[in-house]
Design a protein around this ligand. Structure first.
Ligand SMILES: Cc1cc2nc3c(=O)[nH]c(=O)nc-3n(C[C@H](O)[C@H](O)[C@H](O)COP(=O)(O)O)c2cc1C
Length: 175
């Protein structure tokens, strides 16, 4: 189970966050209010499930493959991936998923933290900078917190800052 201060921090953060264990098929062990608001799924409905339940048969396979390759690649610690998802109410959205691995002192992956953001429209994508400022702050505090429990997480500030400039590559729809 994750350290309680980490859970508290995830619960408190104003950005969408989800946490999975690295065991088995990476089941979710916690999602916060931001995640529930974004996806329409209550925490009780998603615990124990792999987060791929947000995908469906319209999700491009290359988008899924990019996340799968990242999670399998021991040399990579963080990444950000656009993926077509579906909310509880059936509406589709382009989800920009940030993923980062939490490792123990032996370098083994223990947890994966994720942050989701809706970039479906240009207007929504324009709010990414504000989201990312909060996300970077949240991750900084989180890194300190987990350090007390012998867990490490890479500094993703650079990767997150770069997503603004690469956003143009993604299929953002004008409204
Ligand atoms: C903590 C966590 C959160 C994730 N969040 C999402 C998400 O919001 N949307 C999504 O499509 N995939 C998400 N994923 C990725 C999928 O769970 C899965 O890893 C991906 O589909 C690749 O693996 P697969 O090919 O076995 O499905 C998340 C993964 C983890 C570990």
């Amino acid at each position: 189970m994750p350290p309680e201060p980490l859970r508290a921090q995830i619960a408190r953060s104003n950005v969408a966050l989800s946490l999975a264990t690295a065991e088995a098929d990476m089941p979710l062990i916690m999602v916060n209010r931001g995640f529930q608001r974004l996806t329409g799924f209550e925490q009780a409905a998603v615990l124990g499930r792999n987060c791929r339940f947000l995908q469906d048969d319209t999700t491009p396979v290359h988008q899924i493959a990019a996340m799968s390759a990242f999670l399998k690649d021991a040399s990579r610690d963080d990444g950000r991936f656009p993926v077509l998802n579906r909310r509880h109410d059936g509406s589709g959205f382009l989800n920009l998923v940030f993923l980062s691995k939490l490792r123990d002192q032996q370098g083994r992956i223990r947890f994966v933290i994720a942050s989701q953001f809706d970039i479906t429209t240009a207007r929504q994508a324009a709010a990414l900078a504000g989201n990312d400022e909060v996300l970077i702050g949240t991750l900084d505090t989180m890194r300190q917190t987990i350090g007390h429990f012998g867990l490490t997480m890479t500094d993703s500030a650079g990767l997150i800052a770069r997503s603004i400039t690469t956003l143009a590559r993604f299929a953002v729809r004008d409204e």
